[in-house]
Ligand binder design. Structure first.
Ligand SMILES: NC(=O)c1ccc[n+]([C@@H]2O[C@H](COP(=O)([O-])OP(=O)(O)OC[C@H]3O[C@@H](n4cnc5c(N)ncnc54)[C@H](O)[C@@H]3O)[C@@H](O)[C@H]2O)c1
Length: 253
């Protein structure tokens, strides 16, 4: 099946993690025929590792350091990709993390700012920076990464869950506003997966414990998430916008 990636340029945030969703998505974009995939992350060394693997698949790639919470760095990152490839067709907003948690009485509001700043404003800032270029070409696809936690009780990570719920709403708002000019915006909401997102040393054990509540009985793999993201990024989902797709083994129906 032709996914329509020939000649397309993608930008992926949070793609440095060597066991994360961003890298899995970037490699799949390359395998499925994207012309170029720009690998961006707050950690440049990790981004370079992913970019090398993308290039090994015969796809163009550059690694760009950018903190998605820093507007100047985000603008600079987008400019670098435009200078290199002349356009951005596909944006994947993957960067995100849980930064705090615990009982409300013990939480610091500075951390709320940081957590919403990374998970919500980071997605908004990068989308804002890319939008004028997509508008110019009357074409663009944005895939945000939300979380199953926004739709279910999330013990102790309420600020993260709220920020991810806001991504669902941001996805729908932006999808509505930009629909007529050929820009689609969708969201993939993953279930638990053993990436660096899980801070415990034995990530798989944490996922296996959480998987007891998952109808399909297992956590997500980065490939599960990449497959869903690629569907939204490709032209075969060309009549779909403003959707949140839960990739969580039946946890949320
Ligand atoms: N893994 C899970 O269980 C899970 C579940 C639901 C949602 N998610 C979401 O999936 C997304 C990807 O996470 P992952 O599981 O691949 O985790 P990961 O920690 O393996 O990868 C996240 C990447 O984001 C980068 N990053 C962090 N802060 C950044 C910043 N300010 N600017 C730019 N890059 C930054 C990190 O360096 C890292 O490379 C996140 O948005 C996360 O909230 C993960």
């Amino acid at each position: 099946m032709d996914l329509g990636f020939k000649g397309k340029v993608a930008l992926v945030t949070g793609a440095g993690s060597q066991i994360g969703f961003g890298k899995a998505i970037s490699l799949l974009l390359a395998k499925e025929g994207c012309d170029a995939v720009a690998i961006t992350d707050i950690n440049l060394d990790d981004a370079k590792l992913t970019a090398e693997e993308v290039k090994a698949l015969g796809c163009k790639s550059i690694a760009v350091k950018s903190d998605v919470t820093n507007k100047a760095e985000v603008q600079e990152m987008v400019k670098k990709v435009i200078d290199e490839y002349g356009k951005i067709d596909i944006l994947l907003n993957v960067a995100g993390a849980i930064l705090g948690g615990g009982p409300l009485e013990s939480q610091q509001e500075e951390l709320w700012d940081k957590e919403v700043g990374l998970n919500l404003y980071g997605t908004m800032l990068v989308s804002q920076a890319v939008l004028p270029y997509m508008k110019n070409q009357n074409y663009g696809v944005i895939v945000n990464i939300g979380s199953g936690s926004s739709h279910m009780y999330s013990h102790g990570v309420s600020t993260y869950a709220m920020a991810k719920a806001a991504i669902d709403t941001f996805t729908k708002q932006m999808a509505t506003v930009e629909a007529k000019i050929g820009i689609r915006v969708n969201c993939v909401a993953p279930g638990p997966s053993p990436t660096n997102f899980i801070k415990a040393p034995d990530k798989q054990a944490v996922v296996d414990m959480l998987a007891k509540q998952i109808p399909m009985g297992r956590g997500a793999t980065p490939a599960d998430i990449a497959n869903a993201a690629i569907f939204f990024a490709s032209d075969i989902s060309g009549y779909i916008t403003g959707q949140v797709l839960h990739v969580s083994g039946g946890s949320i129906m």
